[in-house]
Design a protein around this ligand. Sequence first.
Ligand SMILES: *[C@@H]1O[C@H](CO)[C@@H](O)[C@H](O)[C@H]1NC(C)=O
Ligand SMILES: *[C@@H]1O[C@H](CO)[C@@H](O)[C@H](O)[C@H]1NC(C)=O
Ligand SMILES: *[C@@H]1O[C@H](CO)[C@@H](O)[C@H](O)[C@H]1NC(C)=O
Ligand SMILES: *[C@@H]1O[C@H](CO)[C@@H](O)[C@H](O)[C@H]1NC(C)=O
Ligand SMILES: *[C@@H]1O[C@H](CO)[C@@H](O)[C@H](O)[C@H]1NC(C)=O
Length: 411
Amino acid sequence: MKILGLGFAFLVLLSLQCSATAFNITKILAKFPEYSKFNHDLSRTKLADEINSRQTITVLALSNSNMDALSGLDLASLKRVLSLHVVLDFFDPKKLHEITNGTTLSTTLLQTTGTAPGNTGFINITDLKAGKVGFGLAAHGAKLDATYVKSVKQEGYNLSVIEVSKPITTNVAAAPAPAPSDVNITAVMIKGGCKIFATMISTTGVAKTFEDAVQGGLTVFCPTDPAFTGATNKLLKKLPSDDQVSVLEFHALPIYSPLGTLKTTNGPISTIASPSPRKYVLTVSSSGDTVILNTGVSKATISGTLLDDQPLAIFTVNKLLEPKELFAAAPTPAPTPAPVEAPAPVVESPKSKPVSSPPAPAGPSGSPLLANAKGPSASDSSTSSAPASAGVCRGILAFLVACVGVLVFML
Ligand SMILES: *[C@@H]1O[C@H](CO)[C@@H](O)[C@H](O)[C@H]1NC(C)=O
Ligand SMILES: *[C@@H]1O[C@H](CO)[C@@H](O)[C@H](O)[C@H]1NC(C)=O
Ligand SMILES: *[C@@H]1O[C@H](CO)[C@@H](O)[C@H](O)[C@H]1NC(C)=O
Ligand SMILES: *[C@@H]1O[C@H](CO)[C@@H](O)[C@H](O)[C@H]1NC(C)=O
Ligand SMILES: *[C@@H]1O[C@H](CO)[C@@H](O)[C@H](O)[C@H]1NC(C)=O
């Protein structure tokens, strides 16, 4: 019986490790009406998703009266300012007073969005004398006039919410954003290493479709240049031009969905190519910090953020997203141990072949949602180690469940 107890204790411990239960900042702050405006704006700007998807975070909350100072900002600026109030480190009252040498620069969410030049996405936290702690911009000589008011909530060493006396802001953060429709999407992509994709969307007119969609919210996944291997290009060239447009439009969502939102999404989402909600869908899942996009034929992972400025987000992905409506999986040969993430275009394996038109009628695999639930295919091999470790974790768990089962059986 003792062994059984031990086994169960171990299981419980392990399952805690495996499913790091996330917090919900919206729910936490809902208990404090004095931060209701701050809470509402975290949701409006989708920063709540970003916070919930992190493991170690400190939120510098502003009371309703302090939020008035930000009421004139447009949504994109508000998001940038509030991003400065989300610190990617854990500071409870005790830790604030134990900062080495009494001062530190800490990364905020603003720094992760690609919109903060230099160190404008960092804040300076300084243990001022007389028990006061000051918060300000990282720039030399910046005032530290936002001060610690009180601790609101702590969860373990993962989430800390503390109130500060006034907003931390900057011209950079609060500058009226260039109208989102003015952002040159292809230029952002070229700068971010997606030259081939940028050229494709320009020459096919898809860039214009994207530009027209920005105002209502747009998220683009652009495959980086190494994703266009000889084999991929060949497959694309074989498609009629209408279908090429569909493939390109399959790389964008008609909504603003920043990384944190994608991380907390689990299931199918429509793309710009979706003529109806059940076609040309991507299935999103995540494992640790890795976001995986499953097309039903292959999987790609998000490898970077090129731009995140509400209502436009542009990410890089490691592979072309192949809609299963146009790319049917060829019977996969024995899964060859793929080279570990070699970016060179050496992958010539016959992965998938385009179905020659006309588009295949929805056959037995008609449900796009079910087909996605299939196990790993040979094309998974380049996902990062995070999903792998989660898999190992689940494997160990399954093994332990089996062990306990055997024990119960023997007793
Ligand atoms: C967080 O809590 C809010 C309010 O209770 C709820 O509406 C929302 O769905 C929750 N979010 C998640 C990701 O569970
Ligand atoms: C808390 O953070 C630690 C490491 O920073 C992580 O291992 C753990 O999973 C996190 N727990 C939760 C509940 O997110
Ligand atoms: C703290 O100050 C000492 C002496 O000025 C310096 O050598 C050390 O690098 C500082 N530590 C940090 C973490 O800044
Ligand atoms: C934080 O700001 C104060 C006051 O401007 C400055 O003295 C200190 O050096 C800054 N800390 C860091 C780590 O830059
Ligand atoms: C956008 O950037 C691309 C590449 O730098 C350039 O060729 C194009 O003319 C730009 N478009 C506009 C409208 O400025």
